[in-house]
Ligand binder design. Structure first.
Ligand code: IFM
Length: 447
């Protein structure tokens, strides 16, 4: 099979460049009622009619809770160096305030299983599955949730310590805050601008409060956070479109990244929407702007925007552009531009890991094979985009494909398949796709 990443590319030449696959607890584990797990906001959201396509739920997902050993063998057989997974807070916490040892045992076995297979564990503490009992107390609108997260981070890192080599506090707080509390698209489904920004602040505060404790329990691990970015491009060169795109980036990207790296929310957002700004206590911004060992960057697509009629910006759908099956434009140059732009804007930019990148390609199994050509092309183009950013001087140290296997795609249910490995949800048979085999061949021929 052809290997379209040039042989001399930095990605393949550097043997310290980590290649991984990523997943998240609620999307793959299933077993939502086992092992002492308490309900999460996603169980509630799925049970609410009309919220998730097809009424799909976290059951059965990939039944990874029972099949994790087979899944780790799969990762090994595909030649990946690292596995980025998330820990389910609802498997660890209990409403009475105690900690569920069965949940901690599960993740301890998983981490040890990775180490036995010589796969680097990269754990995310929060990939959107807030225990429902905390949402009942206000969720991320309630400042207390940031402190409850800190307690949870304490428990996990106390148990797993340095065996996990990379810890991320949060995955994509933009989604938790804005999709969950501002736009009503994700759990818990609230729709209020101010609530969205308040949730964002409490998530970032949770991150900053937890980091010192995590470092104490896992001094040899790398500690960071994972953000998602959909950079905006102006629909035309008009000043209005350029301004709309620039403001969109301030609100959606820099509102999350800038406080982490400078201790300040972007002035453009504060000036335009003082009424949306979160309540901050003295000292919060210093807590948020802790040293980061790494920044995780999740990238899928770009947005093309113009001023909205009532909003500051609106996305417009481009005609005649390549798209993945979920409808997202394929535009790899935006990944290079984004990374180079960060290097230009932020003096304190930490080393970067691309913690998610991938495509929905719903190609079926035919005669035991999945010819996911769209996904394969997407990966080749985006690996080239990462290589170009490295050549431009950005310190990028790893790349995780999203995802190891098809899984529960949030509000889209099981309708969108992002996996390198096909999952038949009825039989739980896993079938590596053409893209998985391409990765395997590439990874095994690294110099
Ligand atoms: O499936 C999600 C993942 O949970 C977070 N990042 C984007 C992926 C694709 O939508």
């Amino acid at each position: 099979m052809s290997n379209s990443i040039p042989k001399g590319s930095t990605l393949l030449r550097r043997n310290d460049f980590l290649f991984g696959v990523a997943t998240a607890s609620f999307q793959i584990e299933g077993a939502t009622d086992l092992g002492g797990r308490v309900p999460s906001i996603w169980d509630t959201f799925c049970a609410t009619p009309g919220k998730v396509l097809g009424g799909d739920t976290g059951m059965p997902a990939c039944d990874h809770f029972h099949r994790w050993q087979q899944d780790l063998d799969l990762i090994k057989s595909l030649g990946f160096d690292a596995y980025r997974f998330s820990i389910a807070w609802p498997r660890i916490a209990s409403e009475s305030g105690g900690w569920n040892q069965q949940g901690l045992d599960f993740y301890e076995r998983l981490v040890d299983g990775l180490l036995e297979r010589d796969i680097v564990p990269m754990a995310t503490l929060y990939h959107w599955d807030l225990p429902q009992f905390l949402e009942d107390r206000g969720g991320w609108i309630n400042r207390d949730t940031s402190y409850r997260f800190t307690d949870y981070a304490d428990q996990v890192t106390r148990r797993l310590g340095d065996r996990v080599r990379y810890y991320a506090t949060l995955n994509e707080p933009w989604c938790s805050a804005f999709l969950g509390y501002r736009l009503g698209i994700h759990a818990p489904g609230l729709k209020d601008h101010q609530l969205g920004f308040q949730a964002a602040h409490h998530l970032l505060l949770a991150h900053g409060l937890a980091l010192p404790i995590m470092r104490e329990h896992a001094p040899g691990a790398q500690h960071g956070i994972v953000l998602n970015f959909t950079p905006a491009y102006p629909a035309t060169e008009s000043a209005a479109d350029v301004d709309a795109a620039s403001y969109s980036d301030e609100e959606n990207s820099h509102f999350f990244l800038q406080p982490l790296l400078t201790g300040q929310y972007p002035a453009a957002v504060q000036e335009r929407h003082p009424e949306w700004m979160p309540r901050c206590y003295p000292g919060d911004m210093e807590i948020i702007a802790q040293h980061l060992d790494f920044l995780g960057v999740n990238f899928y697509t770009r947005a093309v925007v113009e001023p909205g009629i009532t909003e500051d910006y609106q996305s417009i759908k481009q005609a005649d552009v390549a798209r993945t099956d979920i409808g997202w434009e394929i535009y790899p140059q935006a990944l290079t531009d984004l990374l180079v732009g960060f290097k230009e804007r932020y003096k304190r930019l930490p080393p970067i890991y691309i913690t998610e990148n991938g495509a929905a390609d719903n190609s079926p199994v035919v005669d035991g094979e999945v010819s996911d050509r769209l996904r394969l092309n997407y990966y080749q183009q985006h690996l080239q985009a990462v290589d170009n950013a490295i050549a431009a001087g950005v310190d990028i140290r790893g790349y995780c494909a999203w995802s190891l296997m098809d899984n529960f795609e949030w509000a889209e249910g099981y309708s969108q398949r992002f996996g390198l490995v096909h999952v038949d949800y009825e039989t739980q048979v896993r079938t590596p796709k053409m893209s998985a085999n391409w990765f395997r061949d590439m990874l095994y021929t690294r110099s």
